[in-house]
Ligand binder design. Structure first.
Ligand code: DX5
Ligand code: ZN
Length: 221
């Protein structure tokens, strides 16, 4: 089963509610929400008040990507704001296992992410504990970057390891994903694609449909 997780970082915040409705009409089930702290990544995006506000108008699965240092400090607040799935960075936690446990204790799904320069080995101790692995295909911090092609090998490697220890775990890919490279990324083993620029530029509904059409031809929905 394939899911597209459109990243609202690329939305027009002046029309956020309407654009989320368009994403939903296009057939997406997930919504990717990028939280940046200006410390783990150079940029600052938005936080709990925005999540709480958009939660009132949509049933989409809130896929919250925390690009923040020591996210354990805030996971409870994100859970209460409406997150369904909370993804933390392996590089950002002094105690990864404790952070994973905390998210699970809040009754939320948990994801773990790694930056392009981080080796797959760093994830191995946690693979059986998580619901999702988020593979960064750009250096986190900004939307609109170019997909790093070496990521494809990394996706294959992670998917192979997951098949051994946690076959139900999702593999999500984030950064520079577009209709042109989606097939290669899905073939490498991803089942959830994040797309910001490729969804929110032009006709949002049609852009979402295009991704489902591509995936449908390959793996079915
Ligand atoms: C990057 C973010 C991404 C970003 C993707 O730090 O984690 O989710 O919004 O945007 P595009 O699809 O434009 O690369
Ligand atoms: Zn993201």
């Amino acid at each position: 089963m394939f899911n597209l997780s459109p990243s609202i970082l690329a939305a027009d915040f002046n029309q956020l509610g309407r654009q989320i409705a368009e994403v939903e009409q296009g057939g997406a089930d997930w919504l990717h929400i990028d939280v940046m702290d200006g410390a783990f990544v150079p940029s600052i995006s938005f936080g709990m008040p925005v999540i709480k506000s958009i939660r009132r108008n949509t049933a989409l699965l809130f896929d919250v990507h925390l690009m923040i240092r020591e996210p354990i400090r805030y996971v409870k607040e994100f859970a209460e704001s409406g997150a369904d799935l909370i993804t933390i960075h392996v590089e950002a936690c002094s105690d990864v296992s404790a952070t994973i446990r905390e998210i699970k204790a809040l009754g939320k799904k948990v994801g773990i992410s790694l930056n392009p320069e981080t080796k797959t080995e760093c994830l191995l101790p946690y693979l059986s504990e998580v619901d999702l692995v988020l593979v960064m295909s750009v250096h986190p911090g900004f939307g609109g970057q170019k997909f790093i092609p070496e990521t494809l090998e990394k996706i294959k490697e992670i998917k192979a390891k997951l098949l051994e220890v946690n076959p139900k775990c999702h593999v999500e890919v984030d950064g520079g994903v577009c209709a042109e490279n989606a097939i290669d990324i899905l073939r490498a083993g991803a089942d959830v694609l994040v797309a910001g620029t490729a969804v929110f530029s032009g006709n949002i509904e049609r852009n979402v449909q295009r991704f489902y059409q591509i995936a449908g031809e390959l793996i079915g929905r």
